[in-house]
Design a protein around this ligand. Structure first.
Ligand SMILES: [Zn+2]
Length: 70
């Protein structure tokens, strides 16, 4: 259920403050975009938290848990 200002984070119930929900919405927004490999700038895929693998050059690298830092 997606409601109100917090968008997708609306699924979280009370106990997570508004601030936290905002953070989640922000992170999920980044997550939905394609993540660029820092080596060749092609699309990278998240293998697990903080571990990414590039589709193009096959390199694995560590970054943020949910998106790649630029
Ligand atoms: Zn690459």
């Amino acid at each position: 259920m997606r409601t109100k200002k917090v968008k997708a984070a609306g699924r979280l119930r009370a106990g997570y403050g508004k601030y936290v929900r905002g953070r989640i919405t922000e992170i999920e927004g980044k997550q939905r975009k394609k993540q660029a490999c820092p080596y060749c700038k092609k699309t990278a895929r998240r293998i697990s938290k903080g571990i990414w693998k590039c589709n193009k050059c096959g390199k694995k690298f560590a970054s943020h848990a949910y998106y790649i830092n630029k």
